[in-house]
Design a protein around this ligand. Sequence first.
Ligand code: GUN
Length: 284
Amino acid sequence: MSAKIIDGKKISEELRLKTAEAVKNRKDSVRAPGLAVIIVGNNPASRIYVNNKKKACEICGFTSYEYAISEDAPEAELLSLIERLNNDDGIDGILCQLPLPSHMDENKVIDAISPEKDVDGFSPVSTGNLVAGKPCFAPCTPAGVVEMLKYEGIEISGKHCVIVGRSNIVGKPAALLMLQENATVTVCHSKTKDLAQEVRRADIVIAAIGKAGFITEDMIKEGAIVIDVGINRLENGKVTGDVDFEAVKEKASYITPVPGGVGPMTITMLMKNTLTAWERKFGC
Ligand code: GUN
């Protein structure tokens, strides 16, 4: 069996058009959604992500505002910018691209973003709401994973989902979102005893480790659904995921490619969260 390849790019394009439609239908009476994108320093990967986020804003009919802060700027400068954007009526969502330079405290910066504008879903309020199963801005990457599964008509309820990786951005929130969808969830990490054996029991595997080709074909149950969140740059410049795609696709029933899988969905969910913030503000 060869797996169905889930085309995250195509799903994203469709969902972004839907978002654009929702904006177009309302824009005559209110201003367009506004997203503030903050970039600190010159991390080349961050620059690419920020540019892609700005492009997505254009497609969706949002206004994006970029704020570039220099690598050696004091943390206070970033905090005062966030404070200003929290109080800016034209801004619905604030995103501070991570990672930050080492002299800045990421938690402090995330905490400074007003929960109503936290479209990344990283603030303690968003996290608390996610844990409690309340409506919230869910972190974009795991929300994109759930959206892809639903788009493909894949039943999540009752399935055993094994997540590899326990980061605050992907692994932990993915566990909560999949639990909310009634999956039985196992979270594996670097200290897990027999990781391969755990993954072998999965109906759905979410790989978020950050190591190229870490998930091999022998770890996959026949017919499993394999979602690859990894984005690893190889020495030859190519981008690849955490899954040995060529071998695993022969055993899985569904698989996401890298690039073109989860990546575009992350930005699409950012657009969706920004749309929600805007709709809440204008009471749609
Ligand atoms: N860095 C890597 N992923 C993300 C993300 O989803 N949001 C932000 N703000 N920074 C990131």
